[in-house]
Design a protein around this ligand. Structure first.
Ligand code: PRX
Length: 637
């Protein structure tokens, strides 16, 4: 699949070509994939609706590109190497042939359970091979998957299932994570008390945790497979999908309201994830590639499943966490499976760094050739540790900037080909046209400038809509600046034209690489009976990147310690443990403008400990509020 750039000069040529003739550029790349019928039109778009169509008229199934087309040459080569949570449990290898067989079988299971093209299927599974199988089985028959991260609560699952009106849920009895067992089925049971649309739950056996199976609704994965086998396990032909048919929905947090269901479609997403995987990681046949993300997030969708598999890669899938049973686990996996390419998040690097070098010093990491970073800005200290201790000073680092909405990497070095600077995402990939905008809506030209990062031309992997609410998609991404996709990130372009992402400019937090909406957390806190009002801000955290700081106005009679615990419990129940604040400060009032708007800028400064430099507070309803909040914050500094 010769779509790989081989040198920096080739990158520059490809970039130029992609801007001058985007349709020609992407058309040539799309030719490298298998289409059931070729497109009639490469691109049709406007950003005002927005209405974006790539490869219109093309018919395709992404699983034929990820599986079938590799069988002849590579059927016996590993597609997935699965490493379990417990290092003493045997790992599993699924070859491309085996993975295809299992995907077809489970696709038949879905069909037996009344799922067909266009139906929505919620997947709530631990990081086991069956998660990949379930995802691909949906794509095989054209069902739209909505994977929900295993750390989300029953309420979050219920919200996502209801929004997409999922007909079926795939889950497991439980999941192993570090030393714990997560009771996934029981969480699904709680969620489904609120969901009318779900007709069937398929339950995989993983932990043998006792579960209740509801008659007429719940069936075991293993029994359903047996049923297909007694039917002779017929092949499951890949459904013919329109290039613009939805492939999946993935929910992500924004600055307001509940999470949005970002919709990705089939053809463009396939081309974009395959192209970017091949180029950013400079993947060579046979290399072992390990992305530590969870498939519940976009990184797992694009760079554990679809991108690597469409390129015939060997993709490592890891069930556990980097610190279990100890902080050497990732290095043990690298050593055991001779990993050549490692793609992880700055928060993981920082947490492993904090354990000290003893967990990495004696590990054989000589197989590592290339490194990737994703999810949040990488600080220089973490970059150098990654470079020196993991890459032994030799492996290039691709700091990849992108978002759930983007489908794939937008700004990054190509490993070993482009220059790199610690903390810089560097240069846009071919086909990506970033620009920096000022507050007045004007583009900021030239170098050594900062502004709000926008993209002014479509790329094939971009979102098409937000599920059930196109207007929200338009308002969120395409209304801030006319005819531009607004990322929500701030960015600096240095004198050489290299890009450095400086973080969100909206009310979205990035905690351990997880995207969390402040409004969502505030709404959850406000549900607590003793809470009057709350405000959430982020503050710098040495391991998580950002920590969550909650200012809470509570009823007078509360006992601070027990109310704090109750609030944390409420958030775990309504969102999930990942959204729990690190600090909860009870306050008598919040700093508000005369029109009643909370001045978060001031709360952010206090959370950062920068109380000397609060800026103009004269527009506040009551400036004395600030003094008392500063006084109360001393407890946490
Ligand atoms: O702020 C940026 C940050 O993560 C946000 C997107 O989060 P999510 O949709 O969850 O996707 C994460 C994985 C693709 C962005 O708006 N972000 C992501 N990658 C980087 C980053 N910030 C700085 N550098 C990065 N490499």
């Amino acid at each position: 699949m010769n779509l790989q750039i081989k040198s920096f000069e080739e990158y520059q040529d490809a970039y130029k070509h992609s801007v001058e003739n985007p349709e020609g550029f992407w058309g040539e790349i799309a030719e490298k994939f298998f289409w059931k019928r070729k497109w009639t039109n490469v691109l049709n778009w406007n950003f005002s609706e927005p209405d974006i169509k790539w490869f219109e008229g093309g018919k395709v199934n992404i699983t034929e590109n990820c599986l079938d087309r590799h069988i002849y040459n590579m059927g016996d080569k590993p597609a997935i190497i699965w490493e379990p949570n417990d290092p003493n449990e045997a790992h599993r290898i699924l070859t491309y042939k085996q993975l295809l067989d299992k995907v077809e079988t489970f696709a038949n299971v879905l069909k037996n359970n009344n799922i067909s093209k266009g139906d929505r299927v919620c997947i709530y599974l631990p990081m086991v091979p069956e998660l990949v199988i379930a995802v691909l089985a949906c794509a095989r028959i054209g069902a739209i998957h909505s994977v929900v991260f295993g750390g989300f609560s029953a309420q979050s699952i219920a919200d996502r299932i209801s929004d997409a009106e999922c007909k079926l849920v795939v889950t497991s009895d439980g999941g192993f994570r570090a030393g714990k067992v997560l009771e996934l089925k029981s969480i699904v049971d709680d969620a489904l008390m609120q969901c009318k649309s779900v007709e069937r739950v398929i339950v995989l056996t993983r932990t043998r945790t006792p579960v209740s199976m509801i008659k007429g609704r719940d069936v075991w994965w293993e029994d359903e497979i047996k049923k297909v086998e007694t039917q002779g396990n017929p092949p499951c032909p890949a459904e013919e999908m329109d290039a613009e048919d939805p492939l999946f929905i993935l929910y992500t947090s924004g600055s307001t309201g509940k999470p949005k269901g970002v919709v990705h479609t089939t053809g463009g997403y396939m081309v974009y994830t395959g192209y970017t995987f091949s180029n950013v990681f400079q993947y060579q046949p046979g290399e072992v590639y390990f992305c530590t993300a969870d498939i519940g997030w976009i990184t797992g969708h694009s760079y554990i499943v679809y991108g690597p598999l469409s390129q015939g890669a060997v993709s490592v899938l890891f069930e556990g966490t980097p610190t279990y049973p100890d902080a050497g686990r990732l290095w043990d996996i690298v050593e055991k499976h001779k990993v050549n390419i490692l793609y992880t998040a700055p928060t993981a690097i920082r947490s492993l760094m904090a354990f000290g070098d003893e967990f990495i010093a004696d590990k054989d990491l000589s197989s590592i050739k290339k490194l990737g970073s994703v999810g949040e800005p990488i600080n220089e200290e973490a970059w150098h540790w990654y470079h020196d201790k993991v890459g032994k000073g030799k492996a290039p680092i691709a700091d990849t900037w992108w978002q759930t909405e983007n489908g794939g990497i937008l700004i990054s070095a190509l490993a070993g080909i482009s220059p790199t600077i610690p903390g810089y995402a560097m240069l846009p990939l071919p086909g990506v046209q970033p620009c920096l905008m000022d507050e007045q809506g004007q583009e900021i030209e030239g170098n050594d400038v900062s502004g709000n990062l926008c993209i002014k031309f479509p790329w094939p992997g971009m979102l098409r809509t937000t599920w059930g609410d196109h207007e929200r998609c338009k308002q969120t991404y395409f209304s801030t600046y006319a005819d531009k996709y607004f990322t929500g990130d701030g960015c600096y372009r240095n004198p050489e034209g290299y890009y450095k992402i400086t973080g969100r400019v909206d009310d979205v937090l990035n905690v351990s690489g997880h995207r969390i909406g402040t409004a969502e957390v505030e709404n959850a806190i406000n549900m607590h009976a003793d809470v009057v009002e709350s405000a959430i801000v982020g503050y710098p955290h040495p391991v998580k990147g950002q920590g969550i700081y909650a200012y809470v106005i509570a009823n007078h009679h509360i006992d601070a310690e027990s109310t704090r615990k109750d609030i944390l419990q409420t958030i775990s129940r309504l969102i999930g443990a990942i959204a729990k604040p690190d600090i909860i400060q009870f306050v008598a009032d919040l700093p508000k403008t005369r029109s009643g708007k909370i001045m978060r800028r001031i709360l952010r400064k206090i959370a950062e400990g920068e109380t000397q430099n609060l800026g103009d507070t004269s527009t506040l309803q009551d400036p004395t509020v600030v003094e008392s909040i500063i006084e109360g914050a001393k407890e946490f500094n």
